[in-house]
Design a protein around this ligand. Structure first.
Ligand SMILES: [Zn+2]
Length: 123
């Protein structure tokens, strides 16, 4: 006698992550395959923010994030910083000094697995 297969109820898929609106001046012109809006890359995971401190590479910026590190002996915090290499799509074109919103994505290169999804403060 064959046992009845129980129907497995799956939780509904979470709603797609809201994509940033393309910037008006270059909408439709973006040929960047790794662009989160016009390309094939689908950002997911952590959403962070940081300041752009380097923009000399092609479609890549260096983003610095400051954090506090607690030192129990002195009961005070010291400043620590994390540098991330972040993909900078043509349509956003973040420059040094910009405060940007970044989101985790699949590895785009050996050291790059974040992409700029918006500017919070533009210089
Ligand atoms: Zn784009």
């Amino acid at each position: 006698m064959a046992e009845k297969k129980r129907a497995v109820k799956r939780a509904p898929k979470p709603a797609a992550v809201e994509q940033p609106a393309p910037s008006p001046q270059k909408a439709g012109e973006c040929a960047d395959r790794s662009c989160p809006v016009h390309g094939e890359v689908r950002p997911h995971g952590r959403v962070l923010s940081g300041t752009v401190v380097g923009a000399k590479m092609h479609r890549t910026v260096t983003v610095v994030r400051m954090r506090r590190h607690f030192i129990p002996k002195y009961e005070r915090y010291s400043k620590r910083r994390t540098k991330l290499l972040v993909h900078n799509p043509d349509c956003l074109n973040a420059q040094v000094g910009d405060v940007v919103k970044i989101m985790e994505t699949r590895p785009l290169s050996k050291t790059k697995h974040f992409v700029v999804i918006g500017k919070m403060v533009s210089t």
